[in-house]
Ligand binder design. Structure first.
Ligand SMILES: C[S@@+](CC[C@H](N)C(=O)[O-])C[C@H]1O[C@@H](n2cnc3c(N)ncnc32)[C@H](O)[C@@H]1O
Length: 202
């Protein structure tokens, strides 16, 4: 088990530094987070399945090694594409045979056209130590009116005013409305929680 979860993760860093963290972590990521009781993917997939069309294409933004995609597949989503910043994480996702398509991308270059996806998910991605707060608005701008964004904010992210302001901002500027929000376990072995949040694009 690597010490990434304990020592390296929950702090702001540049995109290139983030890629290096996940590049170095990719080989042990699944064992580390599953071993720490990673509960957010199933919780986020359940809230998405409740409110979003499962027969329309979904983009798993920041798909990592595919744990979030596996939870979405188990919740009944039929067509899942994935994108991520870190090629080493994508290589592992590729081996899981969950995704229709996978490509390297980031909040600065997602490479989708508005409305391509009825639903976009970001499980553990728009977070302190991963994608920056402004990614929230970028993802919403990839959705047509009526599309959904399901995302999670873990406890360290909920304590960061920049992420809270980004969430408030997209609701206050009329881009999104809150459909559902639930607090629950994130990494049970670390005693850490997360909010899963479902937004509808207006
Ligand atoms: C905690 S992992 C979550 C992975 C997966 N969604 C899961 O639930 O296991 C965060 C992922 O976000 C990706 N990431 C970080 N910053 C990003 C950015 N700016 N754009 C796209 N992906 C990013 C990382 O490469 C990493 O795979």
């Amino acid at each position: 088990m690597s010490d990434t979860l304990d020592t390296k993760l929950w702090k702001p860093r540049s995109v290139s530094e983030t890629r290096k963290v996940y590049q170095d972590w990719a080989a042990t990521y699944d064992d580390d987070v599953i071993g720490s009781g990673y509960a957010t993917p199933a919780r986020l997939a359940a809230i998405a399945a409740k409110y979003c069309a499962r027969d329309l294409p979904l983009l798993d933004f920041g798909c990592g090694t595919g744990l979030s995609g596996a939870a979405l597949f188990a919740a009944g989503f039929a067509t899942i594409d994935g994108t991520d910043l870190t090629p080493e994480m994508l290589d592992i996702a590729q081996g899981k045979m969950i995704y229709r398509a996978l490509w390297q991308g980031s909040g600065d270059a997602i490479a989708v056209t508005r409305g391509d996806y009825a639903t976009i998910t970001a499980t553990g991605v728009v977070s302190l130590g991963a994608a920056p707060p402004e990614t929230l608005g970028t993802l919403l701008d990839c959705l047509a009116t009526g599309g959904h964004l399901a995302l999670s904010f873990n406890d360290p992210t909920l304590a960061d005013p920049r992420y809270v302001a980004a969430l408030d901002g997209v609701m206050n500027d009329g881009r999104a409305m809150l459909v559902a929000r639930e607090h629950g376990p994130h990494l049970t072995g670390k005693g850490m929680g997360s909010d899963v949040i479902l937004l509808r694009r207006l």
